[in-house]
Ligand binder design. Structure first.
Ligand code: BEZ
Length: 211
């Protein structure tokens, strides 16, 4: 069955570079980002894993644990980690799932046979502390992902979780936000005492509230 936004992230136990991981236990009370790679010792994936490793402080600041996956065994992952350290300046500082039996790839529908019969595509799942899937995206093998964009989405998810706002196109931390259309003007006056601008009755802009 396909996974949809709001579903519970399927749980699994699988080998990784940090030993056997039970996904839900490993997540604990954190947010998580699970992302797949077509294969070990491939160039784009090497840059992606180095990038995520270098963003560790950004993920930690947001209480997000990254975890990567490819369908190769642990010993191969370990050899690749040395190459990542050498070429990207940072070894992976998060687990790499060794999904040699494709258990997790199949559970999360990460193999798209018309794209490639055996390798996983570049899937991303952002999971909240209640284990709900909050974002899914799928990139082709030849296109590396933009992890700054994923941090931006996490910022939006964490803001809109607690405030009655949504984030407009190309929003980034600190930019103005929109007031949810379900909030009446009367309630908006109370919730946003600094004020807001009504461009249309359904489009009201306000400064980013503190979380
Ligand atoms: C890569 O990670 O570099 C890659 C993997 C599969 C196809 C193309 C590129």
């Amino acid at each position: 069955m396909s996974i949809r936004l709001g579903d519970e992230a399927p749980d699994f136990t699988q080998e990784s570079t940090e030993g056997a991981i039970n996904f839900h236990e490993w997540l604990g009370d954190s947010w998580g980002i699970l992302f797949s790679h077509p294969a070990d010792f491939t160039p784009v994936c090497t840059t992606e894993l180095g990038t995520v490793a270098s963003l560790k402080p950004e993920f930690e600041r947001r209480n997000v644990k990254p975890i990567a996956l490819s369908v190769d065994p642990v010993d191969k992952h370990e050899g690749w980690a040395a190459d990542i350290a050498e070429t990207q300046g940072t070894a992976p500082n998060f687990p790499l799932i060794a999904d040699a039996d494709r258990k997790v790839s199949e559970l999360y529908d990460m193999i798209h046979p018309e794209a490639d019969a055996t390798m996983t595509v570049r899937s991303v799942f952002i999971i909240d502390p209640a284990k709900k899937v909050r974002l899914m995206l799928t990139y082709p093998a030849a296109t590396g992902r933009n992890f700054d964009e994923l941090l931006r989405v996490i910022d939006s998810l964490q803001l809109t979780e607690y405030q009655k706002v949504a984030t407009p196109a190309n929003w980034k931390q600190g930019d103005d936000v929109v007031i949810l259309p379900t909030v009446s003007d009367e309630d908006a006056d109370k919730l946003f005492p600094a004020g807001y601008e009504t461009l249309k009755p359904y489009l009201r802009m306000t400064s980013q509230p503190k979380t």
